[in-house]
Design a protein around this ligand. Structure first.
Ligand code: ADP
Ligand code: MG
Length: 250
């Protein structure tokens, strides 16, 4: 399987503080759906920003779709953690989704028909088409998250990266949005950061556990011991599927 994303012995430290990542090696194959889990401050968002080329590793190498992250930026759709908006900022759903075309379309001359069509398709797929005239500030958490996924899809990416996409939505919204991710995985590689190992293990093809170093990305069962190592404290396992899966997709 060709790797869509590859980190080779990557370490990274911000200007201040201890290293955020140390000696992380990870390959995400084309068509995989990787769940990235770990405690707060474990380096998950940092790892995604290295893949996006927003940060550069202190040592080691990051490759995306056979090139550097900068070269491959256009093949990635990204939904950042805590996307914040001024609630009264006067922008509609459609204008927000069109912004996803900015890296694809020439800056001068406004959006073209192809941009509007790509935005329409993305809104249809995420089921926000009937919200397209709505101001962003009037949406529920789940609706807003779908709009942000639509914005990421508008550039027709081969890789979709989502940083805690369900942090502010209820269980029903979470299930719906993961059903959407599962459908998108038919045609693109996905990496999703989540806190809920049990929940995402029902959807993903593999789980990687990150706490400064990569603790597991093999087909090892996640039991209480691994969780304790990962979160630094005993954690009550909720009884759903709690294996750290890596089996191939059917
Ligand atoms: P996670 O997404 O797993 O919660 P992060 O990647 O956000 O973890 O953070 C990893 C570590 O890097 C944390 O200790 C955090 O405090 C630190 N960190 C994150 N962003 C910055 C920054 N811009 N400057 C300095 N330290 C940072
Ligand atoms: Mg984070």
């Amino acid at each position: 399987m060709k790797p869509a994303i590859e980190l080779k012995d990557v370490s990274f430290a911000y200007d201040i503080g201890p290293p955020a990542l140390e000696h992380v090696s990870l390959a995400v194959g084309e068509g995989e759906f990787l769940g990235l889990v770990g405690p707060n401050g474990g380096g998950k968002s940092t790892l995604l920003k290295l893949v996006l080329g927003l940060l550069r590793p202190s040592s080691g190498e990051v490759r995306v779709a056979g090139g550097t992250p900068q070269e491959s930026r256009k093949v990635i759709g990204y939904v950042p953690q805590y996307a914040r908006f001024a609630r009264d900022f006067p922008i509609s759903v459609e204008e927000t989704v069109l912004m996803g075309r900015l890296g694809t379309t020439p800056l001068m001359g406004g959006y073209r028909a192809a941009d509007r069509e790509a935005a329409r398709l993305a809104m249809a797929e995420t089921e926000v088409l009937d919200l397209r005239q709505r101001p962003l500030g009037t949406l529920s958490g789940g609706q807003l998250q779908r709009v942000l996924v639509a914005r990421a899809l508008a550039c027709d990416p081969r890789i979709l990266i989502l940083d805690e996409p369900t942090a502010n939505i209820d269980m029903r919204g979470e299930t719906e949005i993961f059903d959407l991710f599962k459908a998108l995985n038919q045609r693109m590689t996905l990496v999703v950061v989540s806190h809920d190992i049990g929940f995402i293990s029902r959807y993903v093809t593999r789980v990687a556990c990150l706490n400064r170093t990569l603790l597991c990305h093999q087909p090892v069962p996640i039991g209480p011991e691994m969780i304790e190592k990962l979160y630094g404290m005993p954690v009550q396992l909720i009884p759903h599927d709690t294996t750290c899966k890596t089996e191939a997709k059917p």
